[in-house]
Each structure stands twice: as C-alpha cells, then as structure tokens.
Design a protein around this ligand. Structure first.
Ligand SMILES: *Cc1c(COP(=O)(O)O)cnc(C)c1O
Length: 389
C-alpha cells in the first residue's frame, strides 16, 4: 500500500488525524489477509450486491460502428445502480472491524451517499451524509433515497455549496469525532491510505474483466476504457491490468468544450497541487486557487483526481483524454437505442471515446468499456437537452 505514487499522494492532514489514518492502514493490512473478512466481503458482494457483473458484448453497437468489438462491463447492474457499492461495502466492513459506530460520507450527485446509506442500514451503523445545498436541490430523488435508508443528510451551505465544500465539512466532522466515527470516502482520493483502499476494493472490476475475457475469447482485451471523476471505477478497472499488455484509457469530462472551459478534466487541463489531503493534478488558476468545474455528469464534476491516476499519467502507462457534454449525450442516446441500456452520463463519456477508437481498429480487436452506472438518475438532465439529430 504505497503512501506515494511517484511524487503524488501523501497525507496532508492535521496532527489529530494521523493516528486514525495509521489505525486504518493497519486494519486494512490485516483485513485483506483475513479469510473471514474476505469471505464476508465476497458473500455480501455476491448475495446482496449482485456480483459478479456480466461482461456484455454490445453486438448491435459494434455492427453500427463497423470496427472493433465493443464489450461493456456491467457495473450498472450492481445493487444501487453503480460501482460505488463495491467501495462502500468494503469500507463499512472495515469500520465495523475498527469498532466504529458511526459512518460519515460526502456526496455530490448523491450516488455515493446512497451507497453509504445502504451499507449503513445493512451493517447497523448510524450514517450521516454531507451534501452541498445546491446538489440537494439538483438531486432530490437521491436525497429521498438516503433518508428512506435511514441516513441523515446534512446540507452544506457555504462556498459553491457543492462537492468540494461537502468534503471539507466531512473532514471537519471526522477531526472532531474521530474516536467513534469512520469517514467513508467516496472515490480513490484523499490522504493515504484512502486512495489505495478504494482502489483495492474497486479492483474487483478489473479482476472480473480479465477472468471473463479469458472465458469468452481466451485472451485479454486490446483496449480498456473507463471514465475518470475522482477515479475509483477507472483505477479499479486498470489496477489488475497494469502489468499486462492491455492498452488503458481514462476519459475525463470536457464540459461544454468551449476553448475557455476546463470542464472537470484535472489530468488533461490541470497542474499538480495539494487538495483535500493529497498531492495530485488539480484545476487551478495562476495563484493556485481551485477552479469551479462543470460537467453534464454530476459524478465527474470535481477539480481533483486520485493520485494514482496522476502517477499513471506521468509514467505514460495510462492515456487520458476528455470528451465534451455533447459527445457524451450522443453516446448515451446511441447506447439506449442500439442495446436497450440507459447508461449513466459519466460512463457515456467513456463510451463516446471507445466508439471513436473502435472505428480505427480492426474488427478482430476487442474494447471493454466499464459502464460504471445506470442512467435513471440522469433522465431529467437528458430531457433538458435536445434529442440527437
Ligand atoms: C460517482 C460516479 C462516477 C465517478 O466517480 P469515480 O470515482 O471516478 O469512479 C462515475 N460513474 C458513476 C455512475 C458514478 O456514480
């Protein structure tokens, strides 16, 4: 479990949190070797979470595009409708192991809040979720879901009133209540050891892809594509493949795509800096002030990115690119009509880039796209935009 990924990562936190982070690292080191822990995680993932998820050949889409074969890793079929479950369950089991009685989390679009509320209910841990008041207004159904699952939603009313402020508030709570409380972070971000823990819990995605592709065609994929917000579904997909010859591609949100806009593309348009406990690529102005981000996909709307991605970008092992709101919307409609699947807008970014690459690859090549979640949460946003021409 590296504290640093090259010059990225680390743990930029106040003194008071250092013992808690050390205890967490220790708990995780022993848990991941403990057969009882692994069995419980596997059982709940299977029986409650619906794992393993299928690797699905998108035959109609492939035929329409006329290039490489496109496969989808169906994380949209996980309990709760997104890959967030994999991480929330793993960390909640760690919280139990550490003897904590209370979970706190932050959420932007509400997907991670819902996943945390689910595991809080199942494992009988009191759950409080910080959410910007602007996001609460934009994501009412998820606020209701969290409340129905027994969680308390705490509105955050300062700054831009969105995800960055919610994370700051969760850290503040954790510093005050660290004895009783587990901070269940929602992506592969934050101070060490969180990025490594989240990456490890999400690596079930990449392991299943390798196993399933071996079963399906006796080899590995040629290209694997995932969207990058904080970077958890992407790192979980890529981790088990880093030492294979598979080409890896991360796709960030390019926002409106105008020449001035940075969207939420920290890796493609940002510079290294320190935010929320880690050194990583950030969208910032000349003075180092963190910029406001924009994306049609709420789950990608974050100025930072997990430190392991920053390292994988600099080392050249993973290629990163960005896709605009419009391109993601077009890919969304394309998948709905070709395959009868409503994808979330976040993985629609990955899908758009995968379709572009498929055209230039031979029909024998195989691309796997991690479909990180389903689109039910995005119907209103999609309806507000013009349908495809
Ligand atoms: C939250 C979310 C994302 C972005 O988070 P990562 O940590 O980058 O994976 C992507 N897709 C869906 C469906 C999400 O809910």
């Amino acid at each position: 479990m590296p504290e640093w990924y090259g010059s990225f990562g680390g743990a930029y936190v106040p003194e008071t949190l250092v013992p808690a982070l050390k205890a967490l690292e220790e708990a995780w080191r022993t848990a991941r070797r403990d057969p009882a822990f692994k069995a419980e995680l596997a059982r709940l993932s299977r029986e409650w979470g619906g794992r393993p998820t299928p690797l699905y050949f998108a035959e109609n889409l492939t035929r329409e595009i006329g290039g490489a074969q496109i496969y989808l890793k169906r994380e949209d079929l996980v309990h709760g409708g997104a890959h967030k479950f994999n991480n929330a369950l793993g960390q909640a089991l760690l919280a139990k192991r550490l003897g904590k009685t209370r979970l706190i989390a932050e959420t932007g679009a509400g997907q991670h809040g819902v996943a945390t509320a689910m595991v809080g209910a199942k494992l009988a841990l009191r759950t409080e979720v910080y959410m910007g008041s602007v996001d609460m207004e934009r994501q009412k159904p998820n606020v209701l879901r969290m409340r129905l699952l027994g969680a308390t939603v705490r509105p955050v009313d300062h700054g831009a009133k969105t995800l960055k402020e919610a994370i700051n508030e969760a850290f503040r709570d954790w510093i005050t209540n660290v004895q009783t409380t587990y901070y269940l972070i929602g992506s592969a971000v934050g101070p060490h050891p969180f990025p490594s823990i989240v990456s490890d819990f999400q690596s079930v995605i990449g392991k299943e892809i390798l196993r399933q592709s071996k079963q399906a065609w006796g080899g590995h994929p040629d290209l694997v594509v995932a969207c990058v917000g904080g970077g958890s579904n992407a790192i979980g997909t890529f981790q088990p493949m880093l030492r294979t010859p598979v080409k890896l591609l991360g796709v960030e949100a390019g926002g409106s795509g105008s020449s001035l806009a940075v969207g939420s593309a920290s890796l493609t348009k940002g510079r290294p800096g320190v935010l929320q406990g880690m050194r990583t690529y950030l969208l910032q102005d000349a003075e180092g002030q963190v910029l406001e981000t924009e994306s049609i996909a709420a789950g990608l709307d974050y100025a930072g990115v997990g430190p392991e991605h920053a390292f994988l970008k600099e080392s050249g092992r993973v290629e990163y690119t960005s896709v605009t709101d419009r391109e993601a919307l077009d890919a969304f409609h394309r998948l709905c009509r070709a395959e009868g699947i409503l994808p979330a807008l976040e993985p629609s970014h990955a899908l758009a880039e995968a379709m572009r690459r498929a055209r230039d690859l031979p029909k024998t090549a195989r691309i796997v796209v991690t479909l990180s979640g389903r689109g039910d949460k995005d119907l209103e946003v999609v309806a507000q935009h013009a349908p495809p021409g």
